[in-house]
Design a protein around this ligand. Structure first.
Ligand code: SF4
Length: 335
């Protein structure tokens, strides 16, 4: 990881119009930066807006407000020519590799397609050599080139997806739940492969996951999202050692500990209630309907995004000295 910022997300908003006069606030005023060579984990329950952020950063969605700056350029204001170059620099790995691979194309065609579209490796023989090289880089062999996606296991299909994402030699990869659909035994292999490729190629990753245990071993820093909002952001070790936001504490307390003695003593913070609808989010703090510490101010005042320790940001009134009365009010929570 370097000190050079490759991506800046400033006050990003992405709203969707859903029906008459209804707006779904998928991403609401989210800011963060990603350093070159870093793995930035983005975590939260399904529906929290993390995948929408990934797609908006990729330019697949237009933004409602704010900006995404990649390598100095505003992603949503690129000319058509610049867009082409941008898509070479930023690629995506999907959760379901099978759905993202054309079942009627051979592996060789799947991996070569982006090269054809972008007009690189024009010579067929050279292109095929590059496909072989990519297959070997992701732990497959050149013998796999003429087979079809359905002939592979889930882990192997994800390797094909990774090879395709690498075909254009990108600098940045948005990995949208890349291991969620895989068996636990295969997840570690894919994480190790992504780390190896990062080292070899100096890649930067935005690694999206719904579970903190999945991002633990790969992320340098982690941002936690809840209902379209970023609620906490810090270095990975710090987040596991000293989570500040009640939502992060609940997510961490749900991760089983492999040691049976420690597991027995583990205190869980069970989150009650359902994730509220992003069409009609709670007033004040969006987490207040599930937060055991909710206080009077939580119903009316939006928590400030503050750096409470070095490189440790959180949005919660528990850490805001301007909020004096911190007495929990049961009626505010679980409404
Ligand atoms: Fe809980 Fe209030 Fe903090 Fe929100 S601001 S997380 S409701 S204590």
């Amino acid at each position: 990881m370097t000190n050079e910022k490759i991506l800046k997300v400033n006050h990003l908003k992405k709203y969707f119009e859903v029906g008459k006069n209804e707006t779904l606030k998928a991403v609401d005023n989210v800011s963060f930066e990603i350093f070159k060579g870093e793995t930035f984990g983005l975590v939260g329950e399904s529906g929290c807006g993390k995948s929408t952020i990934g797609r908006t950063i990729m330019g697949l969605y237009n933004r409602t407000g704010g900006e995404v700056i990649f390598d100095g350029d505003n992603v949503h204001e690129l000319t058509d020519k610049d867009k082409f170059a941008f898509h070479r620099s930023m690629q995506m790995i999907f959760q379901d590799p099978y759905a993202s691979l054309n079942p009627r194309s051979t592996v060789k065609e799947v991996i070569a397609e982006p090269m054809e579209i972008h007009g690189i490796y024009k010579d067929k023989k050279e292109r095929l050599e590059r496909v072989y090289e990519l297959l070997e880089e992701v732990g497959l062999s050149r013998d796999h080139a003429n087979r079809y996606p359905h002939e592979f296991s889930g882990g192997q299909r994800q390797r094909i997806g990774i090879a395709r994402a690498l075909a254009l030699d990108p600098a940045f990869i948005v990995a949208d739940e890349p291991i969620s659909a895989l068996d636990v035994s295969v997840q570690a292999q894919v994480v190790n492969l992504l780390r190896k490729l990062q080292k070899e190629k100096g890649l930067t990753y935005l690694f999206i996951a719904h579970d903190l245990s999945m991002v633990k071993h790969i992320s340098d820093r982690i941002g936690v999202m809840y209902l379209g909002n970023m609620v906490e952001l810090t270095e990975s070790n710090q987040l596991y050692k000293k989570p500040l936001h009640p939502y992060t504490q609940a997510l961490l307390s749900a991760i089983p500990i492999p040691d049976p003695d420690l597991e027995e003593k583990r205190e869980r913070m069970i989150l009650e209630g359902e994730l509220p609808s992003p069409i009609n989010p709670p007033t004040g703090c969006v987490f207040r309907t599930r937060c055991p510490f909710a206080m009077k101010a939580c119903a009316s005042v939006t928590p400030k995004w503050q750096e409470v320790e070095d490189n440790h940001f959180v949005a919660c009134h528990l850490y805001n000295d301007e909020i004096k009365d911190k007495t929990p009010v049961k009626e505010l929570a679980y409404q």
